[in-house]
Design a protein around this ligand. Structure first.
Ligand SMILES: NC(=O)C1=CN([C@@H]2O[C@H](COP(=O)(O)OP(=O)(O)OC[C@H]3O[C@@H](n4cnc5c(N)ncnc54)[C@H](OP(=O)(O)O)[C@@H]3O)[C@@H](O)[C@H]2O)C=CC1
Ligand SMILES: O=C(O)C1=N[C@H](C(=O)O)C[C@H](O)C1
Length: 238
């Protein structure tokens, strides 16, 4: 496939390596310093654009892709207030948009385990539930997109929880999320259920960004010939 990269930071560079290993060509790279690239014939010729930039710039980048008719695989987190606009572009203008808060296979298995555990814990109100996420110091958004997806999986299944909040702001009906920023940590997520008797916890710890980047390239391959709003549940068979 002909791939355009939007964002050439930690993820953009890892994706470039994996895409080339899988036989794809990187035909265009858009970064903060060369936004004119969006108007280039090379960008417009791409089969798909893979976007990992910043929460503040993501939506404008998606608008540029829609204008050029280039399908998008979106990895940036922290922009979800614009989701209705993206979904409308898919429904009304037949755009193609794939989003995952986390492209790693391991985390998507963890999402399924989280929902399964939440279904069980719904029967046991003596347990409180809280979450912790740790990332590198460069991360701009908090909580992480992955933590939000985990919280949504809990809220869907645990009747006594109706929303999530950062720890300092929480009500009893909220899932509390504690965010830690330290060093170069690629990403750790942990969910805790605690009663007077014990603590049950599940944890995912990313060793590096390879699985995240591979997932994004697999998603780009998956979008080929498809229209609409897509996600990991469409690509994975569980
Ligand atoms: N969904 C998932 O699986 C994952 C999501 N992420 C998310 O992806 C995003 C990027 O992460 P990461 O690669 O680590 O971040 P980096 O900071 O390493 O890279 C971001 C890149 O985007 C560039 N950029 C900034 N503004 C623009 C713009 N307006 N247009 C084009 N490019 C721009 C930056 O350029 P410059 O350096 O010049 O400012 C930089 O090269 C984050 O939101 C992160 O949370 C990360 C990992 C996995
Ligand atoms: O910023 C990161 O690095 C990551 N961001 C994603 C998120 O916000 O969940 C995915 C992963 O945890 C790495």
């Amino acid at each position: 496939m002909k791939i355009a990269l939007i964002g050439y930071g930690r993820m953009g560079k890892e994706i470039e390596r994996i895409a080339q290993d899988r036989g794809h060509s990187i035909v265009s790279i858009v970064d903060e310093n060369n936004l004119a690239e969006f108007d280039s014939p090379a960008f417009k010729s791409a089969d798909v654009a893979i976007e990992f930039t910043t929460p503040a710039s993501a939506m404008n980048n998606y608008r540029k892709c829609f204008a050029a008719g280039v399908p998008v695989v979106a990895g940036t987190t922290g922009w979800l207030e614009h989701l209705p606009e993206v979904k409308e572009a898919c429904e009304k203008n037949s755009q193609t948009f794939f989003y995952a808060s986390n492209y790693s296979l391991g985390v998507n298995i963890f999402f399924a385990v989280n929902k399964y555990l939440a279904k069980i814990m719904n029967q046991f109100p003596d347990y409180t539930v809280r979450m912790e996420e740790t990332h590198h110091i460069h991360k701009l958004d908090a909580p992480s997109g992955t933590a939000i997806t985990l919280a949504e999986g809990i809220i869907e299944n645990v009747d006594r929880k109706s929303d999530w909040h950062l720890e300092a702001e929480m009500k009893p009906s909220d899932v509390a999320i504690h965010c830690i920023r330290e060093g170069e940590v690629p990403g750790i997520h942990e969910v805790f259920y605690e009663s007077e008797a014990d603590v049950i916890s599940i944890k995912h710890d990313s060793k590096n960004r390879k699985s995240l980047a591979l997932g994004a390239v697999l998603a780009a391959e998956f979008t080929n010939g498809k229209k609409g709003f897509l996600g990991m549940q469409d690509m994975l068979n569980f």
